[in-house]
Design a protein around this ligand. Structure first.
Ligand code: MG
Ligand code: ZN
Length: 219
């Protein structure tokens, strides 16, 4: 009984997410669902990405947090249209919450929408919001056991950014182990080693984004 209830919720969400996706596609908009645990560097990655790609891509951001608008304020300071969703306790975003923001954006003016999900390695991976790709960040301070412990997120993501590599000398974390175990779960995963603080490795991520956005606009 419990299982069928959960499945109903996920199926209902999937229908709404598909409708969101159709609308995004109509506008040739590339949409990313950005996920990680709290503090892995989602908002900092967005700040760096906006700075690097501002002249190439017109970006919008949807910020999901349980509470506060601090992240949306950081994005707004970069001159990008942004809407903050406060889930009021819910630990993930869903299709409905994203749909509720649509009145706040001019989709025809945008090339790329990034949905920054609530910091959580568990259920954001289960609830689609209408994205083309799921992108996850794992920082080296979280440890190299995370693929084994939270396999669904690694399985569902198209891109894994291993962040905070500037801290590797100070933590017991093997990037090789992260990669090996992630690729066992998801052989198609594209992985970038990055430091959002120093900027190391971010060029590969920017190129990936440019290519995907161009393909989205062409489609
Ligand atoms: Mg954030
Ligand atoms: Zn949740």
């Amino acid at each position: 009984m419990k299982i069928s209830v959960v499945r109903d919720i996920l199926e209902a969400n999937e229908r709404i997410a598909d409708q969101n996706r159709d609308l995004f596609n109509e506008h040739g908009l590339l949409v990313l669902n950005l996920m990680s645990s709290p503090g892995a560097g989602k908002t900092t990655l967005l700040e760096k990405t906006i700075e690097a790609l501002k002249d190439d891509l017109k970006m919008g951001v949807i910020e999901g947090d349980i509470q506060s608008s601090q992240d949306a304020e950081r994005i707004a300071a970069k001159g990008i249209p942004v809407v903050q969703i406060n889930t009021g306790g819910a630990c993930h975003l869903d299709g409905n919450m994203i749909r509720d923001t649509f009145g706040e954006f001019n989709f025809q003016d945008l090339d790329l929408m990034v949905v920054e999900n609530v910091g959580n390695l568990v259920c954001p991976a289960e609830f689609k919001v209408g994205e083309d790709f799921k992108v996850m960040i794992l920082s080296v301070t979280e440890g190299d056991d995370k693929p084994a412990k939270y396999p669904l997120m690694f399985h569902e993501s198209s891109v894994l950014l291993i962040n905070k590599i500037d801290l590797l000398p100070y933590v017991d974390c093997s990037i090789d182990k992260i990669k090996e175990e992630s690729l066992k779960i998801n052989p198609d995963l594209t992985i970038f080693d990055v430091s959002c603080k120093t900027g190391e490795g971010l060029d590969g991520w920017f190129d990936w984004l440019r290519k995907r956005a161009q393909a989205g606009a062409a489609a």
